[in-house]
Design a protein around this ligand. Sequence first.
Ligand code: F1P
Length: 346
Amino acid sequence: IMDSMRGRLVAENTQLTMSSIREYATRFKNAERILIVACGTSWHAGLVAEYMIEEFARIPVEVEYASEFRYRNPVIREGDIVIAISQSGETADTLAALELAKAKGAMIFGVCNVVGSSIARATDAGAYTHAGPEIGVASTKAFTAQVTVLSLMAMMIAEMRGTMELTALRTLMLEMEKIPAKVEQALLLDKEIQAISEIFKDASNFIYLGRGFNFPVALEGALKLKEISYIHAEGYPAAEMKHGPIALIDENMPVVVIATKDSSYEKIVSNIQEVRARKGRVIAIVTEGDTVIPQMAEFVIEVPNTHEALMPLISVIPLQLLSYHIAVMRGCNVDQPRNLAKSVTV
Ligand code: F1P
């Protein structure tokens, strides 16, 4: 699993993503709406993509659980583009969802890891993530690779539509090139996270909170813990806490807050205060050098800084490590979790 976390920015992805998007340039340029269908971790990557595409390319995006989408009667309009995301490329719900959209006239773009997989074959165009085989059942490096490819796509579409300043695009691209080194740096947090895992390994519940680009990361952190440690965990947008989940917070509740320095930093600081006021045990993921949150949180994990849109590529790493260590300490098989299949084909 440690190996599988070493998701890297594969150089040729840039070429591949660019070329298949260029092929459908007019379609992407004139798209009135993009629908994203996926399941599990891939759905979380889709949520990051929604934030990026709307921010950079200003196209409305809807992210749908493929397992719901396929069974309802969704409105598909001419000119819609459907992006199907899947690590295995064999997930039955995602395949059925894209086939439904295809039958209604949408153009289907795939983001798959496995070359020649059923989903890849059913699409009109696509970009492979080339992350290599996932050793464990639970997706880890697939998430990093999907977000990488989807970020490149969002930038590419923004460039074609002229919705982003070229200098801003260039800055983002340069930052992207620094991501592999920053991922390596985040992996060095291993020992520190192991020590925190020891303290929380017997917890029965966890809450994960994030805002903006880190909201899908909160969902993904909670999913990883559920999948491999069998601990009940909930991920929420931090601002949603006051609408219900706050009732769960007491001195026994570990609350993982992804609180890196971004445009919602001040807000997340006040969310941490709200949790502390109810004696929740805060484990905060912060940007290195942060001096404010370390005074409030019980545990602090520092990650390297990056552009806020790219932060999920880094902030997810400590959460994957936390789930991994807790699972190992609880005697769980992290590669073959109970009840989970590598590709859900029914
Ligand atoms: C989707 C998924 C994974 C999850 C588990 C079950 O798979 O929900 O995210 O970790 O393996 O399947 P895929 O469509 O991305 O292959």
